[in-house]
Design a protein around this ligand. Structure first.
Ligand code: FAD
Length: 804
């Protein structure tokens, strides 16, 4: 065993082997994989190994598509069979909502050049004569769908990696991982130690135990999962071809041909956790006892759809463990609290995703950033607040509803609340309907007397649409009070505070107290890794406000810039709270509660001051994400209740009340403001986002080399506002857009109804040749909706209201 490595991958399952393979593909050859037992001996060996390309998340679709194409290349490259069957997959819609979902996926497939299209019932019956297509509203076909051999694929990754120099040691458990002061690691095994630049935790079912060796906890919990295989079925035995797999997600089972029989698997409502407190070290190639009764309701639906399932005897049942994160997406990326420690865990559809995951992991480790925005998979989306109870409750919900549609704007109740502010109960009593943001409960909207407080969910406008409109109009016509406590806040203090901010962010940092600026954080490839409002409170004391969900993600970037002597940054998110008071009457309202002069001359746009509002010390910033006249008030969390009560009381005679975050989304889209995580991400360059003016090439900042590499390149797409002709549904994000010749024109980054301008709106990245005034088609619900490209924002394009 070598004593040194560039990377040590812990775990020889499907995912660890793919990461190893992709590291070598990107040129790292001193890489070692350590496997406690034999390759595949976690979840991998017993998987059904179905492969699918389409997913609601566009980037995940792109990765799955890459993975499906990779298996054949792997076979050709290594000579190791992967047992690939790609007879295609049929996707069935029993409900209108499922039809919308499938049509949207088909539109995305058309946009990205992937094969996934509608077929008629006749065609479907020819493709799969054993399925009863009665009551099916819409059928899609994915020609590349199918399944692979779990062991074959894992061995092929291993063979490909070995051929480029990687070492694999089996029967070699990692017993300790020790961080070294220079950022490297010592990995201990019974066969000796390895000093390595990077550690990669790909320990699947044992990810928690391996993480604990490095002193970290991962929000993961395993469950049982079952499928069964039938005896040979004469109709199948008589065929000279393989049948497509069937994704009847409304029936909550999966079904495909296995040998001359069928394989049926199910995510049952009556699910079972396993090894909640830790995966046993001695667990090997073992399965659990069958419990087909638990999946009987799903089986009966499968039999209804395909009577041949019921007629055949059961040949074998597989009941094995798989390990889940709270939202069933991977926990992926470098751990922000450690140096050079990478995780890739909690992967449910490993066979659909292994190639893409391996590639992105390798890009992140070798090149410093993955090519695609993967925030939805980044382990930094969860913090310490995602403890055991939360994880268990969410996993139960995810497992039992695995095939339920996850609608846009849907907020699941499981495991909540986990983080609340002092005004939570007050807001609840006022009718607040809450959403989850990095663990915090925050009001989405407020129901009035008699209105339901439970949201309905769907692709079309839902029961919250009216109340949210009421709030948005109140703010534009009078004013509104928005709880912005869920924004991330940081204090940077010390003699080198400004120097550190200058070294971190791309804009010039204000030197005078009372001045603020907007400043982007640039990623390794030159894209937008974050955006902040930075305020100079005093010399050597700054407040940064940014996206709340990215709090742990920001840490990776902040820690990459050395702090000058005596200077530090701290998160103030928990210690502080805040409100945005915005709208034409915002000044009148606030002036009733403060002696500070709020006139435009004394307190202009983008300025700040420490003022008292109703006796509460606040940092007041003259900014508003609504695009209206407004102030953000940041106060101590201990004062939150007092300040809220005073604002609400002062607002009442003016007809001003609380506004939730869903109205804020509508308002900021009216104003054309992008939001990080939707309209801004490391995938987009400053010249595409409209933030170019905030990047100062004549100073140094983090990842400037990445910016310089793309600074002179023309925009690939440009962020613009669209007005869409739609009366029942609005864009929500990721809908593809085509021009009137049917060519791909762009995609929506965020969308909402603009209640003030009375138009359905979207912010969208469009081909640069598409000019204002052009007409396009946005695929809302997967169907074309005519749209017009605007020259500027739909609301107050000159910014008069902001500066009023
Ligand atoms: C019944 C069932 C059916 C499934 N069907 C499908 C399907 O149809 N399609 C699909 O895409 N996915 C399916 N899956 C999921 C799929 O199996 C997983 O996504 C995949 O196997 C995860 O692979 P992994 O490499 O992350 O983890 P694992 O396979 O668990 O591998 C982790 C490896 O790490 C090793 N290890 C652990 N600790 C140490 C240590 N200290 N030192 C060294 N090595 C260590 C283990 O021995 C193990 O080999 C199914 C799962 C189950 C249970």
């Amino acid at each position: 065993m070598n004593s040194h490595a560039q990377a040590v991958v812990i775990g020889g399952g499907l995912v660890g082997c793919s990461i190893l393979y992709h590291l070598t593909k990107l040129g790292w050859t001193e890489v070692v994989l350590l496997e406690r037992s034999e390759l595949t001996s976690g979840s991998t060996w017993h998987a059904a190994a179905n492969i699918h390309g389409l997913h609601d998340n566009t980037n995940i679709s792109r990765l799955q598509h890459y993975t499906m194409g990779l298996y054949k290349e792997l076979e050709a490259e290594t000579g190791q069979g992967c047992g690939i069957f790609q007879p295609g997959s049929l996707y069935l819609a029993q409900t209108e909502a499922r039809e919308h979902q499938l049509r949207l996926q088909a539109a995305k497939a058309r946009y990205y050049g992937m094969a996934f299209h509608e077929v008629t019932r006749d065609e479907a019956e020819r493709l799969h004569p054993l399925v009863d297509f009665n009551d099916i509203r819409c059928i899609m076909f994915e020609p590349q769908g199918g399944n692979v051999d779990p062991s074959g694929v894992t061995m092929a990754y291993a063979a490909g990696a070995r051929a480029r120099g990687a070492q694999i040691h089996r029967n070699c458990p990692v017993t300790a991982t020790r961080a070294q002061p220079d950022g490297s690691w010592i990995v201990e095994t019974p066969l000796g130690e390895i000093r390595t630049q990077w550690v990669v935790n790909a320990a699947g079912l044992w990810a928690r135990e391996v993480a604990a060796l490095a002193g970290i906890a991962l929000p993961l919990v395993p469950t049982e999962h079952q499928y069964f295989v039938t005896e040979a079925i004469p109709e199948i035995a008589a065929l000279d071809r393989r049948l497509p797999s069937v994704a009847d997600r409304d029936g909550e089972y999966y079904l495909r041909q296995e040998g001359k029989g069928l394989l049926v698997g199910a995510y049952e409502k009556d699910m079972r956790f396993w090894a909640e407190d830790g995966t046993p070290q001695g667990f090997g190639h073992e399965l659990f006892a069958d419990d087909l009764e638990r999946i009987e309701p799903n089986m009966l639906r499968a039999i209804d759809r395909m009577p041949a399932v019921g007629a055949a005897g059961i040949k074998r049942v597989i009941n094995g463990p798989m390990i889940w994160s709270p939202d069933s997406s991977a926990l992926f990326g470098p751990v922000p609290e450690l140096r050079n420690y990478f995780c890739c865990n909690g992967i449910i559809p490993g066979f659909s995703q292994s190639g893409g995951l391996g590639l992105l992991s390798a890009e992140w480790i070798v090149e410093g950033e993955p090519r695609l925005d993967m925030f939805g998979w980044d382990l930094a989306r969860f913090g310490a607040w995602a403890g055991k109870d939360f994880t268990k409750a969410r996993v139960q919900d995810q497992y039992a509803n695995r095939f339920k549609i996850h609608f846009p704007n849907e907020e699941r109740a499981a495991g909540r609340p986990v983080r609340v502010r002092p005004i939570y109960q007050t807001q609840k009593a006022m009718g607040a309907v809450f959403g989850l943001n990095y663990g915090w409960e925050h009001p989405l909207w407020f129901a009035t007397e008699g209105e339901p407080r439970e949201e309905t969910v769907g692709f079309e406008r839902q029961n919250w649409w009216g109340p949210v409109g009421r709030e948005a109009r109140m703010l534009r016509e009078r004013a509104g009070i928005i709880d912005i406590s869920n924004f991330a806040r940081y204090r940077v203090s010390g003699p080198g505070a400004r120097d550190w901010l200058e070294a971190l962010l791309a804009n010039r940092i204000p030197t005078q107290p009372g001045r603020s600026c907007l400043a982007p954080l640039i990623g390794r490839r030159g894209g937008i890794a974050g955006d902040f409002t930075v305020t100079c409170l005093e010399t050597g004391d700054y407040l940064m406000v940014g996206s709340g969900m990215a709090e742990r993600y920001h840490k990776r970037f902040f820690d990459a810039v050395p702090l000058p002597e005596g200077t530090r940054w701290t998160s103030a998110t928990e210690a502080m709270a805040g409100f945005n008071v915005a709208g034409p009457l915002a000044r009148d309202l606030l002036q009733r509660l403060t002696d500070a002069d709020l006139s435009n001359d004394a307190f202009p746009f983008m300025r700040s001051a420490r003022i008292e509002v109703a006796g509460v010390p606040c940092i007041a910033l003259r900014v508003s994400f609504t695009g209206d006249l407004g102030w953000e008030l940041h106060c101590s969390e201990a004062d939150q209740k007092r300040l809220y009560a005073a604002l609400l009381e002062a607002g009442q005679p003016l007809g001003v009340g609380p506004v939730g975050s869903r109205a804020l989304t509508s308002l900021r889209i009216e104003k054309g403001y992008g939001s990080w995580g939707r309209d801004y991400s490391p995938e987009y360059w400053p010249q595409e986002t409209g933030l170019l003016g905030l990047v100062k090439g004549d100073k140094d900042f983090l990842n400037k080399a990445g910016w310089l590499a793309i600074a002179d390149r023309p925009p690939r797409e440009t962020l613009r506002t669209l007005v869409i002709q739609s009366t029942t549904a609005d864009a929500t994000g990721n809908e593809p857009i085509f021009d009137l010749d049917g060519k791909p024109a762009g995609k929506v980054s965020s969308g909402a109804y603009g209640y003030h301008v009375r138009q359905s709106l979207a912010l969208a990245y469009l081909r640069p040749d598409i000019a204002p005034g052009a007409e396009l088609e946005v695929m809302i619900l997967g169907r074309p909706h005519r749209a017009l490209v605007l020259a500027g924002a739909a609301f107050d394009p000159e910014g008069k209201r902001l500066r009023a």
